[in-house]
Write a protein that binds this ligand. Structure first.
Ligand code: FRU
Length: 507
């Protein structure tokens, strides 16, 4: 159900673009192993964001550079001149992370690669890099087409990571870039900023009322939980982004909010060019605090389920909602549980379905309970607790007893996400897979994405309530089809590994 490589490492989604009926997912990939090195762009395609097919590695690292994160556009007007008559190039804008062997060791600058065959094969642009600030922390360009009244141009948002700044540039041809502006938060958040994105969305579905969402992925200070994504809501006038909230603003809009309150939703960016103005986000389902030691095999690293984002007015401010894209298929008959009282205590439900993927949709009435909800993957002392803390008015996802392996201090966590009950009622959608849980509360108003590593035998489901009684209004568990990724004919890893060793040795 979740995209992973066959037998290699992946991190950030890159180059998300829809072109000619195909969703392209590129991603940070080590084609030769399961550690974070040899960064290259892997590639998979999908007609529907559910069924994925692996393609050959798109842009391979070499002796001079690792291919760090970035984006891709379809250059319809051949503004770059990299196309051919009748063929608009697909242009990737990526960060050249220069190695010690390069003439500019340590420098991060932005470069281009292009494809004339729908993303199958790629050539690096001969004039790389196209944008160099002489910085060692300038990375993760997201490029999109901006339509101004005076004409359209390309906009790039990237980061100066340790300065916690988003920097904006414009270009007419993707090759020459001019500085526009920079953005930072009024109260510093995080230690490092990475992987920004900027896109418009109608508020309440009204095309006459558009706001812009700026996503920034942040690494926190040591011991603060690792990595997470956040977003600012505001305006973009073709030059600068201004947040609605923050210091100096008088309204009810917070300056920023977490995109997801879990520990495993990072480097999240959105697709360019999805039809009908839909905004689809993909996050890497991991956290730099423990990404390198995750106990999965033979692959390491997975993408969260693609989500569609929308903006809504609630209580005089704008909120973001997320929901998993349509199209996941049931993998068996649904099971339902009707209205059930939950007295204080833990009450097993006879709903074991193994450890395969499933969707659990449940509605609760909080009653007199201080905390109520559901325990999943329960067995012995193990359980993943998903509930609602009525006193603090927040969704709770507690994975402190969700893994038998030691994954360091950031892993055993209890997440809380502020969200109100609706007339006393909590509505949850929980996408559960073998080693992850993605929780959407109150129609996606808040979400929590966490990895879990329970024992395969821990398959119990139970309801719980503390300090009073709650009620389950109803629950449906639908097993989901595990939609395996269609792998490339032969393993790219071994083949290319030999070629790579040769080119490295000769460099
Ligand atoms: C985010 C990140 C990016 C960088 C890439 C390297 O996870 O650190 O800033 O481009 O990963 O793999």
């Amino acid at each position: 159900m979740h995209y992973t490589a066959a037998d290699t490492w992946i991190n950030d989604p890159n180059g998300l673009v829809y072109a000619d009926g195909v969703y392209h997912l590129f991603f940070q990939n080590n084609p030769y192993g399961t550690d974070h090195s040899n960064m290259s762009w892997g590639h998979a395609v999908s007609p529907d964001l559910v069924h994925w097919r692996d393609r050959p590695v798109a842009i391979l690292c070499d002796a001079n550079e690792q291919i760090f994160s970035g984006s891709a556009v379809v250059d319809h007007g051949n503004t770059s001149g990299l196309g051919e008559p009748g063929t608009a190039p697909l242009v990737a804008v990526y960060t050249s992370h220069h190695t010690d062997k390069s003439p500019t060791p340590g420098i991060e600058a932005q470069s281009l690669a292009y494809s004339l065959d729908g993303g199958e094969t790629w050539r690096k642009y001969a004039g790389n890099p196209v944008l160099d600030r002489g910085s060692a922390e300038f990375r993760d360009p997201k490029v999109f087409r901006y339509s101004a009244p005076s004409g359209a141009y390309w906009v790039m948002v990237a980061v100066e990571a340790v300065e916690r700044k988003v920097v904006l540039y414009r270009s007419d041809n993707l090759i020459e870039w001019t500085y526009l502006s920079e953005f930072t938060s009024t109260a510093p958040v995080g230690r490092i900023w990475e992987c920004p994105d900027l896109f418009p969305l109608p508020v309440d579905g009204d095309p006459g009322n558009t706001k812009w969402v700026l996503i920034v992925n942040v690494t926190y200070e040591e011991g603060r939980g690792g990595t997470a994504g956040l977003f600012f809501v505001g305006d973009f006038d073709g030059v600068a982004f201004t947040a609605l909230g923050g210091r100096g603003s008088t309204g009810r809009q917070p300056e920023w909010e977490l995109l997801d309150y879990g520990r495993d939703f990072y480097a999240t960016v959105s697709f360019n060019d999805v039809p009908d103005g839909r905004r689809v986000l993909v996050g890497w389902m991991s956290n730099w605090d423990y990404a390198r030691i995750l106990p999965t095999s033979p692959w390491r690293g997975a993408m969260a389920l693609p989500r569609e984002a929308s903006l809504h007015t609630v209580d005089g401010r704008i909120v973001l909602r997320q929901r998993v894209v349509a199209g996941l298929e049931p993998g068996g008959a649904s099971r339902s549980v009707g209205r059930t009282d939950i007295p204080a205590g833990t009450h097993p439900l006879g709903l074991a379905w193994g450890s395969g993927p499933c969707l659990i949709e449940a509605t609760f009435d909080g009653g007199t309970s201080a905390e109520f909800g559901i325990l999943l993957r329960q067995g012995g002392a193990e359980a993943t607790r998903i509930g609602y803390d009525a006193e603090r008015a927040c969704l709770v996802v507690d994975r402190r007893a969700s893994a038998s392996t030691d994954l360091g201090p950031s892993f055993p966590s209890r997440e809380t996400a502020p969200v109100e009950l609706d007339g006393g009622s909590l509505e949850l959608q929980i996408y559960l897979d073998a080693s992850s849980v993605e929780v959407f509360a109150q129609g996606g108003r808040v979400t929590v994405t966490d990895l879990i590593f329970p024992d395969a035998s821990s398959t119990g489901v139970a309801l719980y309530s503390e300090g009073g009684a709650a009620q389950l209004t109803g629950l449906t568990l639908t097993p989901l089809e595990d939609t395996p990724v269609e792998r490339a004919a032969e393993s790219l890893r071994a083949e290319d590994g030999r070629a790579f060793s040769r080119s490295r040795a000769s460099a």
